[in-house]
Ligand binder design. Structure first.
Ligand code: GH3
Ligand code: MG
Ligand code: MG
Ligand code: MG
Length: 301
């Protein structure tokens, strides 16, 4: 799930063909190169290709490099891309201004190719490390699936998306039945393995693009299902329930079944014009409570 090794892409922006060629030659053996010959083209290519780093000329007709950088920083999709200015403007005040705008680095022409290469390499590494940390911070350490923080973000995003599209959004909360007793009798390490297995079952069940399975906390998991009707979501809840039972993980002290089971609570709504409020999550939580009260190893809606 975490990307480690891949080829980086550089966007080289300069209005002069000769400069673009020079930089392309310098980097083409190591990186994938995209070029732009104007500020407008740079913004468009940054948006469509999301390069890993941008080498940006400052003096260009129409849209200059400083304006391009400001625009890149305004846009969520491009804000994080490191930008290195390569420019003939070599006064300290111009360099200061470029760095204040958020450039990762500032290199003046004429440049030493080897220095440019090392600086680009270093900034690519820093950006890569930051992306890895962001990915790790969104995952649950025990099960490797997204954590509650990632779920909260996704819920807000999917709510807005379904608001725009007029599509239904479904949420299922799944909770392991009598898990405290399992831990108490089988040990905490065995409990951890159960959580890992349940996470694997959930991940294999909800696999449509856009589906998100996360560990909400403790022995509670959530399935966020955009553009999913109540019928489809109920079917998924039933699949999950059956798959966990089919694992036959013995739970000798459970009052409700001889093996590990899940109770699930679901809710479906069409966000429409409504703000996202705690009601949505609480609706699924209430349904989960009913599933527990009705005897566990079942889903309620
Ligand atoms: P119910 O059927 O009503 O859900 O009962 P329950 O025992 O599952 O619910 P309860 O909330 O009383 O207990 C949850 C247990 O989950 C308690 C806690 O020790 C255990 N637990 C939470 N997180 C972890 C974890 O990371 N590893 C392990 N092994 N156990 C955990
Ligand atoms: Mg120029
Ligand atoms: Mg619980
Ligand atoms: Mg439980």
């Amino acid at each position: 799930m975490i990307d480690t090794e891949r080829q980086f892409t550089l966007l080289i922006v300069d209005d002069e063909k000769q400069n673009r060629l020079l930089l392309t030659e310098l980097f083409q053996d190591e990186y994938k190169i995209i070029q732009a010959k104007s500020g407008m083209q740079a913004l468009e290519r940054a948006q469509t290709h999301t390069p890993d780093l941008i080498l940006l000329d400052v003096l260009m007709p129409e849209l200059d490099g400083m304006t391009v950088l400001r625009e890149l920083k305004r846009n969520d999709a491009t804000r994080q891309i490191p930008v290195i200015f390569i420019t003939a403007l070599n006064s300290p005040s111009e360099e200061e201004w470029g760095l204040l705008l958020g450039a990762a680095d500032y290199i003046t022409k004429p440049f030493h190719p080897s220095i440019v290469r090392v600086r680009v390499h270093n900034h690519l590494q820093i950006a890569h490390q930051r992306r890895l940390l962001e990915q790790i911070a969104a995952l649950d350490g025990l099960t490797g699936i997204p954590n509650r923080r990632r779920f909260d973000e996704a819920l807000a995003q999917e709510w807005s998306r379904c608001q725009r599209s007029g599509q239904p959004l479904s949420l299922i909360i799944a909770d392991v039945d009598h898990f405290k007793r399992y831990n108490d009798t089988q040990g905490h390490a065995a409990g951890d393995r159960v959580l890992q297995e349940v996470a694997a079952v959930l991940r294999h069940s909800a696999r449509r693009p856009g589906d998100l399975v996360a560990r909400y906390g403790g022995e509670e998991f959530v399935l966020l299902l955009p553009e999913t009707s109540p019928q489809q979501a109920r079917q998924l809840a039933e699949d999950v329930r059956q798959r966990v039972v089919a694992r036959h993980i013995a739970h000798p002290t459970s009052p409700s079944a001889p093996c590990i089971t899940l109770s699930l609570g679901g809710i479906t709504t069409i966000p429409g014009g409504n703000e996202l409020t705690p009601d949505f999550f609480e609706g699924a939580d209430d349904a989960l409570y009913q599933a527990k009260a009705q005897g566990r190893n079942r889903w309620c809606w």
